[in-house]
Ligand binder design. Structure first.
Ligand SMILES: [Zn+2]
Length: 128
């Protein structure tokens, strides 16, 4: 489905700050992906950027605090915590395996990840 959802000249609902009300705005420009990027208010003529609510995956990141912070292997996780892995998506910690390994249940399957890997301390101690 790569067809543009909107085209220039279409009407979209948006809140106009100048008019202080939500009204139909005229689409002024479209991104390559077919998302509305700019609209103009037919009432006052103000042009403003438009964030398409259909942006989906990218906008979901804004509310990621509840669904799990990005996976960070330097952190220490606990059972029940959720995290978002860059490749596997959102997962929940189901078990602590070893001091530094966790089992995380992702949408497709369980995966073992490392955690609590604090930045390696330089072990080269200079002997006098
Ligand atoms: Zn306006």
């Amino acid at each position: 489905m790569n067809k543009p959802m909107y085209s220039v000249g279409d009407c979209v609902e948006k809140h106009c700050e100048k008019c202080a009300e939500t009204r139909g705005h005229v689409v002024a420009s479209i991104t390559k992906r077919g998302h509305v990027s700019r609209v103009s208010c037919p009432q006052c003529g103000t042009r403003s950027p438009f964030k398409s609510p259909a942006a989906g995956a990218t906008s979901a990141r804004a509310g990621a605090t509840k669904t799990g912070a990005p996976y960070d292997w330097t952190r220490t996780y606990r059972i029940g915590q959720t995290l978002t892995h860059p490749a596997y998506g959102v997962g929940e910690v189901t078990a602590l395996i070893e001091p530094k390994k966790i089992d995380v249940l992702f949408q497709d399957r369980l995966r073992r990840l490392v955690h609590s890997q604090a930045q390696a301390q330089p072990q080269a101690q200079v002997q006098p």
